[in-house]
Design a protein around this ligand. Sequence first.
Ligand SMILES: Nc1nc2c(c(=O)[nH]1)N[C@@H](CN(C=O)c1ccc(C(=O)N[C@@H](CCC(=O)O)C(=O)O)cc1)CN2
Length: 287
Amino acid sequence: MTAQILDGKATAAAIKSELTERVTALKAQGVTPGLGTILVGDDPGSRWYVNGKHRDCAEVGIASIQRELPATATQEEIEAVVRELNDDPACTGYIVQLPLPKGIDTNRVLELMDPAKDADGLHPMSLGRLVLNQTGPLPCTPNGIVELLRRHGVEINGAHVVVVGRGITVGRSIGLLLTRRSENATVTLCHTGTRDLPAQLRQADIIVAAAGVPHLVKPEDVKPGAAVLDVGVSRDENGKIVGDVHPGVREVAGWLSPNPGGVGPMTRALLVQNVVEAAERAAAAAR
Ligand SMILES: Nc1nc2c(c(=O)[nH]1)N[C@@H](CN(C=O)c1ccc(C(=O)N[C@@H](CCC(=O)O)C(=O)O)cc1)CN2
């Protein structure tokens, strides 16, 4: 068996084209959505991601507000920029690019954001709303994964999903999305404390590998026909991306998200969706 490819690039392009129409409708009502980003430090990967977010926004007609601080910025300096974007009416949604430099209290920074402008779905209020099954911005990577599966017709209802990795942007919250009544999956969250990871993986109809460990998921650990989503990003000695999924998995899995070109572009497209939805909510509240 050779896996069908879960093409994140093409799917993200389709989502962005749908969002362009919603941005046009907002502008007709006198509302121009604006994405703000706060980038702290000089990590080239983070800079690339932030630039990509602004490129995506420009594509669909969303304005950009970019704030940059040096790696030496203090907690107070970062919080001052958060307050500035909270108060800026041109900024209808924003993100703080993660990770923040060592020594910065990330939770304090996220808590200070206006939850109505949370474009990442990572504010404690947004995560709380997700737990309570209330509407609000959803974390972009988990939402991108669900959308990628849905748009490729992969059955989520009743599926056993094994997630590897308990990080804030993916592993912690994806179970909350997948176990909603509308998705109806059963989720096992594995991490470095999991005793027998291969035994867990072999049970999975869907694997979400978000551990950041190169080639952690091996062909012999995958049930034939399973859907495998590769979220991990490590780099080899030439700077090339190495995912969490061994290339041999392609011969066993039924579906496979490439890396790059799978979940990454979906993360960006669902961020654009969050920005549009925040602007739509603000426009409705102002009516
Ligand atoms: N505030 C946030 N910080 C971080 C998030 C997040 O969702 N919000 N997620 C990641 C980084 N990230 C977005 O910020 C992100 C990662 C990867 C991609 C992407 O499109 N990757 C490309 C490959 C890029 C390359 O060659 O390096 C792909 O997969 O095709 C987009 C966004 C951590 N921080």
